[in-house]
Ligand binder design. Structure first.
Ligand code: HEC
Ligand code: HEC
Ligand code: HEC
Ligand code: HEC
Length: 181
């Protein structure tokens, strides 16, 4: 843990930021380049359109916005966006941070929990059925495609010999002229 904090603090901005309450949002489009499948799934979901279902009058009603666009005023983001659930991306979205799961969390990446869902999917939302977390999670899947691709990439990079090893293999097959085993 200490080393992790040191690692995080080596990013000076992050140390300074840890005193701030919330991190700035960069917008769903900022995640799109690196997470195209997650973005596509989210864009087609009702979370992305949650503000659009409100009438123009309701779109100015803070009571409705609190669930349909909770970051409309503070971060100028409509709907329920990536960062509503995963936290503002200001510090975690650079690639070298994202690639380090611990560091990313230290930099504000949030793992959304059932409790977080229930902040909006509760008794005061209009659904007639009680909130079923497992089913709801399945219905908003935007990770399976990406995880599948990642698995494939990892196994294909294992199948390919590492450059250093293939050079060693090449070298081991080079027989100096005039020599035989
Ligand atoms: C520059 C590219 C890049 C950007 C921009 C980016 N990510 Fe990532 N993200 C990654 C990489 C790389 C990983 C690690 C995936 C892996 O292990 O291959 C990752 C991992 C994640 C994870 C999984 C973390 C874990 O450890 O389980 C989440 C959630 C995530 N990103 C959300 C976001 C969100 C939300 C945004 C936009 C605010 C975003 N990312 C922007 C590249 C990026
Ligand atoms: C506590 C959170 C919460 C608040 C506050 C809230 N909603 Fe919702 N609303 C939801 C959720 C969650 C759903 C999705 C219902 C479901 O579970 O299927 C929803 C669905 C809707 C839908 C149906 C959308 C569709 O796709 O058919 C409308 C319309 C709507 N809300 C309007 C409003 C209006 C107008 C207000 C303000 C007076 C409001 N909501 C306040 C959480 C909320
Ligand atoms: C309503 C909340 C919510 C929204 C909106 C949302 N996510 Fe997620 N996201 C989750 C949850 C919950 C999980 C974890 C699912 C699991 O582990 O079963 C997840 C998982 C992920 C993962 C996979 C992490 C891994 O371990 O492989 C990535 C990447 C990701 N989200 C990126 C995004 C991006 C990018 C957006 C916007 C385009 C977005 N999410 C919008 C809740 C959300
Ligand atoms: C900030 C509030 C908020 C949070 C947090 C949130 N949701 Fe939602 N969710 C909504 C609203 C609002 C709608 C309805 C949007 C609409 O119909 O226009 C909705 C719709 C949905 C729907 C589609 C329901 C339907 O019948 O079409 C699913 C599934 C869902 N949410 C799952 C989740 C899960 C799982 C989580 C937690 C990981 C979560 N939501 C977190 C506000 C939220």
């Amino acid at each position: 843990m200490t080393s992790l904090v040191l690692r995080a603090c080596s990013l000076l901005v992050l140390c300074a930021a840890s005193t701030a309450a919330a991190y700035d949002f960069l917008g769903a489009e900022s995640c799109q380049a690196c997470h195209p499948d997650a973005y596509a799934a989210w864009k087609g979901s009702s979370h992305a359109r949650a503000k659009d279902v409100l009438s123009p009058v309701q779109q100015r009603d803070a009571r409705c916005l609190s669930c349909h666009a909770p970051n409309d005023v503070d971060q100028k983001q409509a709907g329920v966006t990536c960062e509503t659930c995963h936290g503002g991306g200001q510090y975690y979205s650079p690639k070298y941070v994202m690639k380090d799961p611990e560091l990313a969390r230290l930099a504000g990446l949030v793992d959304p929990t059932e409790k977080a869902c229930r902040a909006c999917h509760d008794a005061s939302s209009p659904s007639l059925k009680p909130f079923d977390f497992a089913a709801a999670l399945k219905a908003m899947d935007h990770w399976s495609v990406e995880r599948e691709k990642r698995k494939k990439e990892q196994s294909s990079s294992r199948a390919r010999p590492a450059p250093a090893r293939s050079f060693a293999a090449w070298l081991s097959h080079q027989k100096p002229p005039g020599f035989s085993k």
